[in-house]
Ligand binder design. Structure first.
Ligand code: 3PG
Length: 216
């Protein structure tokens, strides 16, 4: 029987509603970063496909870690979506809404979070059958007030604000009932990854978990 990825993901995000991004090109460093995040209590991880080696990093995380749910972000085309799923990606995130990726993911029961930032995009996602979307770039797209406005009209939609989220505003986003989880790269600063300062990454994860617990 096919594992219900959506249910697994929903349970994890209910416990710790924060999705850290990994943008590291070097596979061994990507694996260590993922482990450091898991140690800090964040077990749903988005590996962004922004370099030729990113997919290899995601595959290494899937092969060498346990207990994490690993998805692919910055997925731009249907072919790329199929390729990352073949590599084991358990969810897909895109900066924008592409219908053919949405329909493929709905068909295959793969959680898909396309970026939306206008009422038209949220409504299109709703019409396609999606009930969860990314809100991107969250701070530039109007932040908490915009999400409140969306939530009053799209009552069934859940949002994942990403883009400009940090420890400073995480609680404000998570206080909204329509926010499923927040995503972001603030948990994995490039400098910490480059310097092998994985303790710092674990600390960022722990801090985010603590903020999430007090906000909900
Ligand atoms: C994304 O891909 O969702 C964003 O680039 C993440 O934004 P951030 O770097 O501001 O967290």
């Amino acid at each position: 029987m096919k594992v219900d990825l959506s249910a697994r993901l929903a349970n994890r995000l209910a416990a710790a509603p924060v999705v850290p991004l990994i943008g590291e090109n070097d596979a061994p460093r990507a694996v260590k970063t993922a482990r450091a995040l898991g140690e800090g209590g964040l077990s749903v991880i988005e590996v962004v496909m922004r370099s030729d080696d990113a997919q290899k990093g995601m595959e290494a995380i899937l092969a060498e870690t346990e207990g994490l749910i690993v998805g692919a972000g910055t997925v731009l085309t249907l072919d790329q979506a199929k390729s990352v799923v073949a590599s084991g990606a358990e969810f897909i995130v895109s900066p924008g809404l592409v219908d053919e990726i949405a329909l493929y993911c709905l068909d295959e029961n793969i959680p898909f979070y396309p970026g939306t930032m206008t009422a038209g995009e949220v409504q299109r996602a709703y019409a396609l059958g999606l009930r969860e979307v990314k809100f991107f770039p969250a701070s530039l797209a109007g932040g908490v007030p915009m999400l409140k406005a969306f939530s009053s009209v799209f009552r069934e939609m859940r949002f994942m604000p990403t883009g400009g989220v940090s420890a400073a505003n995480l609680a404000d986003f998570l206080a909204l009932p329509s926010v499923l989880a927040c995503g972001g790269s603030w948990l994995t600063p490039g400098e910490a990854v480059a310097n092998g300062d994985y303790a710092q990454i674990t600390n960022h994860a722990r801090e985010a978990v603590a903020i999430a617990q007090s906000a909900r």
